[in-house]
Design a protein around this ligand. Structure first.
Ligand code: SAH
Length: 394
């Protein structure tokens, strides 16, 4: 018999509402000594089957793979990947001549908690966040090959994302296909980006800003733009393509700044009006007395968990207040938070405080989120991690 977990009385409630996590505090008893990453059955206090999923030692003890009793075999993996791939097809992201990078699997949003798969041209980059997914990586690769014959190589980039305590000794590398390759040039809405999945941050590119970059392009004409936390220069490329007068890209990573420059040159050649600056964005904003018609603030997650939320919100407030004070009348601020711990409401209140500190009249033009290839399971609202506001500043 498979190992199973018995819940405390009443703790099955969230599972009846299909929430995909079981916290360690909800567990009464673990039978059968499961190893980390094993598939376990979860039972109510009364002994009824309620879910099955990957077991892990930690605050989230089980990540649910199925609420029905079934066998998790290769066919099951193929089916899950096929459902995810079909969704991307219906979103117009597979076989799209203008956009050749997209997210194929977005964890809980694709009923595969702990797994991210991004597609760069014909290369799939797999990132496992749980022990169970890491131990299933061969089956995941097999499923991708079966469902998506167009894929030429599958790279596993989990060494930085699997739980450290599990001591899995994870080493990044190819699960399948010709090794050795590190990067490709992909298209996003017709713009070119060089993506290096081996050396880049996350899986190599921040695919989640695709639609928001497009919106930046729509407002960019004739404007002097400051793109902070620019990484590969995504927002800068869209702004320049749509006729921004001048664009400054700032990131604390030298490598990121070089990438932003490379991507700008890749699209427009060396003659374009773009300046890339390696600097701490807080310092840069504090020291400069320049004004801009458009500023983009896309910082990394300041609040990785709830304990540091207070400090994180101070950080967001300071950043936004300073940026708002540097915007010319009639200018636009694009401001984002990608911290899962920061709710939409909290983010908005914080930006509201920042506006009051800057003493500017500010109106909200758009409220932004992640694109449809990063879907949110309705039973797992925590999955809505990307929040953005577009502000008109008088
Ligand atoms: N806007 C980007 C993604 C930003 S990711 C895009 O569209 O792709 C966050 C970036 O912030 C990373 O590139 C990281 O190097 C940078 N960063 C982190 N701390 C920073 C700081 N204090 N100042 C400037 N950049 C910083």
């Amino acid at each position: 018999m498979a190992a199973h977990i018995q819940l405390k009385r009443g703790k099955e409630e969230s599972l009846r509402r299909f929430h995909p996590w079981i916290f360690s505090g909800a567990i009464e008893r673990i039978a059968g000594e499961p190893a980390e990453g094993d598939i376990v059955e979860v039972r109510t206090h009364g002994g009824d089957f309620i879910a099955m999923g990957h077991y892990q030692i930690g605050s989230i003890a089980v990540r649910v793979l199925s609420f029905g009793e079934l066998t998790i075999d290769q066919q099951w993996w193929n089916r899950r990947v096929a459902v995810a791939a079909d969704l991307r097809r219906s979103l117009g992201l597979r076989d799209n001549p203008l956009t050749t990078c997209y997210r194929l699997i977005h964890g809980e949003g694709d009923s595969l908690p702990g797994l991210v798969v991004d597609i760069y041209d014909r290369v799939a980059v797999v990132q496992c966040h749980s022990v169970g997914m890491y131990r299933s990586r061969s089956q995941i690769a097999e499923a991708i090959r079966t469902v998506m014959p167009e894929i030429e190589a599958i790279y596993d980039k989990s060494s930085q994302t699997v739980p450290y305590n599990a001591q899995l000794g994870a080493v990044d590398g190819y699960l399948w296909g010709a090794g050795g390759e590190e990067s490709r040039t992909v298209l996003e809405n017709g713009h070119k980006f060089s993506v290096n999945w081996v050396k880049g941050q996350k899986t190599g590119f921040f695919i989640d800003q695709r639609c928001n970059r497009y919106l930046v392009g729509r407002y960019a004409r004739g404007r002097r733009v400051l793109n902070t936390f620019c990484y590969t220069g995504g927002f800068s490329v869209y702004a320049l393509a749509q006729g921004a007068r001048e664009v400054y890209s700032v990131d604390s990573s030298e490598r990121a700044v070089r990438l932003a420059d490379e991507n700008v040159v890749l699209n427009f050649g060396p003659e374009v009006n773009h300046t890339a600056i390696a600097a701490d964005a807080f310092e840069y904003l504090r020291q400069t007395d320049e004004k801009f018609d458009m500023i983009i603030l896309d910082p990394p997650a300041f609040a990785k968990h709830h304990k540091v939320l207070g400090n994180a919100m101070q950080g967001y407030k300071r950043l936004n207040a300073r940026a708002l004070s540097m915007i010319e009348p009639g200018g636009i601020l694009f401001t984002f938070s990608c911290s899962q711990a920061v709710s939409k409401e909290l983010f908005r209140t914080t930006v509201f405080s920042a506006a009051a500190i800057a003493g500017r009249k500010v109106r909200i033009l758009h409220q932004l989120t992640q694109p449809a290839d990063h879907p949110i399971d309705i039973y797992h609202p925590e999955g809505e991690y990307l929040k953005g506001l577009v502000l008109f500043v008088e």
